[in-house]
Design a binder for this molecule. Sequence first.
Ligand SMILES: [Zn+2]
Length: 293
Amino acid sequence: MNKLNKKSIIILTTIIVVIVMVVMGVILFSRKEINNEQKETPYINDNVNDIGVQQKYEEKLKPKSITASVPIFMYHFVRDDTGDYEYPENMVKPETLRAQLQYIKDNGYETIYKDDIGRLEYFNKPVWLTFDDGWEDFYLNAFPLFKEYNMKASYYVITDLIGTPGYVKLEQLKEMKESGLIDIQSHTVTHPRLATLNASEVYNELSESKKFLKENLEIESNVICYPYGSYDDNVISISKEVGYQYGLAMSGGVYHSNKHINVYQIPRIYANRSMSIDTFASYIKQSRVYVEW
Ligand SMILES: [Zn+2]
């Protein structure tokens, strides 16, 4: 082999080594980027039922865009006997709720809760069932159904009324929280019309109920459910200040991510006693998520 050939081989080998090193460097760097991005996402998996979501999350990055429609139902009581209650329409029969959960199961919809509304890219056909006021009959009549169907629900409690007649007890709340199926959040301390209060009263209602859930149940409540759907700009700004990330209204139909930009004004559908399964289904069928990765 002459001198020139030897030189060529050395140069060629050097070029190949440099190229390989550069390629490996690029691969390692991009992996590091992916890891960093995953760490920065504020998603905390604190629940066995979130494992599926967590797996999807670990496989994928943040989407380029997302367009979603989610039916969010608002319930109050779950009971047969309406007694002499002034608003019997607020009392959904347990058998009606069962038929609704069966419909959700049979048609492949997924119940969401907590702040899933902020990560809809991990769901295909999300439905959110929310229960206001913290009535004990939720624990007695609805919780067993959610366990049976292994489905999720959100439950909004008035913290001053916990343990009083007709309302849920602290031990029952602990049991529901432990199940991983029920998301317990704030519906204020005393259930006032927030838009009629002054700023310090609103602050008190929002922060003290949050504090109660933290101290007694170790729950970080990040969704505020406005009593009577009463809120205004002032209530929204105090909600943000106190640390809530989402606010639930009482009406407005199906949630559309393009239309309902302000997440402190999330609309809900009133699930009343006379709602037929066909009407329920007509809302459910509007659930959809389009994601561009
Ligand atoms: Zn209420």
